[in-house]
Ligand binder design. Structure first.
Ligand SMILES: CC(C)(COP(=O)(O)OP(=O)(O)OC[C@H]1O[C@@H](n2cnc3c(N)ncnc32)[C@H](O)[C@@H]1OP(=O)(O)O)[C@@H](O)C(=O)NCCC(=O)NCCS
Length: 178
């Protein structure tokens, strides 16, 4: 397990999947805002679940996020699009509704940075998020991510085009929490 200050990032367990499906994918608006593709219902137990894990897939590292105190599942975190040539990757996360507003988001980003820069030896991490996702932007920026640009009208979300913000952090700029 990768340990942050408040949360841990561990392997996905089979019984995490129905909870993540229900509470994250089941919320059509949140899922549509976070996924960048059209929402569709999914049969329980489907192998097509975005939360199902293929351990052989090298470019995509999915974690389940748990509270360090007690081990309760609180969300999902992913290092994805790993490019071993340019040593870069993207990060993404989603917290269950009951786990939001507790300061976990910044801790998840910090722990993903530790995994990306220290464990994987990456040079650059990147986040794309909707420009109105204030909590995600703040969680990224407090970990040192810099806004590098706005992708205008790049995301079709529930009937309208929205802007996305691209944020980046280089290994040499990263200041791990003490
Ligand atoms: C995005 C997400 C992970 C953020 O987690 P959260 O628990 O809601 O975020 P927090 O409450 O910890 O807020 C993070 C920071 O943003 C700040 N913040 C929250 N809402 C804010 C707002 N409307 N305006 C300004 N700042 C805000 C918080 O004060 C906090 O700052 P701090 O750490 O300096 O105190 C969570 O809302 C979520 O899972 N959303 C659905 C999925 C999603 O959007 N994923 C991201 C896709 S890229």
């Amino acid at each position: 397990m990768m340990r942050g200050a408040l949360v841990g990032l561990r392997a996905r367990h089979e019984d995490d999947i129905p909870i993540l499906e229900d509470e994250l994918h089941g919320d059509v608006v949140t899922a549509s805002r976070a996924q960048g593709r059209p929402w569709r219902p999914l049969t329980p137990g489907s192998k097509q679940s975005q939360f199902a894990v293929d351990d052989a897939e090298q470019g995509h590292v999915p974690f389940s996020v748990v509270e360090l105190d007690g081990g309760t599942l609180v969300g999902t975190a992913t290092l994805w699009g790993i490019d071993d040539h340019s040593r870069s990757a993207h990060i993404g996360l989603g917290l269950l509704p009951a786990a939001r507003g507790k300061g976990y988001a910044g801790d998840v980003v910090a722990t993903l940075c530790h995994y990306g820069f220290v464990v994987r030896g990456l040079h650059r991490l990147q986040i794309e998020t909707l420009s109105d996702n204030a909590a995600m932007l703040r969680a990224a920026e407090r970990n040192g991510f810099v806004r590098e640009g706005v992708l205008r009208s790049s995301a079709w979300v529930m009937g309208e085009f929205l802007d996305e913000v691209l944020l980046g952090l280089l290994a040499r700029e990263w200041r791990p929490a003490a």
